[in-house]
Write a protein of this length. Structure first.
Length: 185
């Protein structure tokens, strides 16, 4: 099963678990089932939100993104940061959602760079939306008790997506240099 199919499968599974736990909560009306329902709902939110953001950004950026824009340009501190984080050592274990979008057999270099920018943007938006779950705590009987569910999942989710942002920002300057070198030949 591909990473993409597995992710979609998990979104369905956790959505079903959310509904099942909600039914049990409605039957038993107790704190453990409420906590389980909140947890399942929050996980479902994170999974579905990622699918939705990716789809929307892919549609909005279909004509490509300018890799020379200020947002996507390499910052002066990045090389040192990525060296300190040891990106070169762990970058190969990060899964790729759509490997064909980064394939030189299926795309020209300019399109790969645009796809890298879109992937970065997707993950940056997901990082921000991961923290939106804190808003859900307002719908609990006592947000001070349940906020840990939302803080925990938001922190883990945002942290995971930062790996993807870092990976895109780490790899893109190298691909751009290769593109520029080949363009001038």
């Amino acid at each position: 099963m591909s990473f993409r199919r597995g992710f979609k499968f998990l979104a369905i599974v956790f959505s079903v678990l959310t509904i099942i736990s909600l039914v049990f909560y409605m039957i038993y009306n107790n704190i453990p089932w409420f906590s389980i329902t909140l947890t399942m709902f929050t996980i479902s939110y994170h999974l579905i939100m990622r699918l939705a953001v990716g789809t929307v950004i892919d549609i909005l950026t279909e004509k490509g993104l300018n890799h020379n824009s200020l947002w996507f340009r390499e910052k002066s501190f990045e090389k040192a940061l990525y060296k300190r984080l040891g990106v070169k050592k762990w970058k190969h274990i990060i899964p790729t959602w759509e490997p064909e979008r980064f394939s030189v057999e299926e795309n020209n270099m300019k399109k790969i760079i645009e796809n890298m920018c879109a992937a970065e943007l997707i993950h940056e938006i997901i990082v921000l939306l991961s923290w939106a779950t804190l808003f859900f705590s307002l719908f609990t009987p006592d947000w001070k008790i349940y906020i840990w569910i939302f803080v925990g999942t938001a922190f883990l989710a945002a942290g995971c997506d930062m790996f993807f942002v870092i990976l895109q920002r780490y790899n893109r300057p190298r691909v751009i240099r290769l593109y520029e070198r080949n363009k001038s030949v």
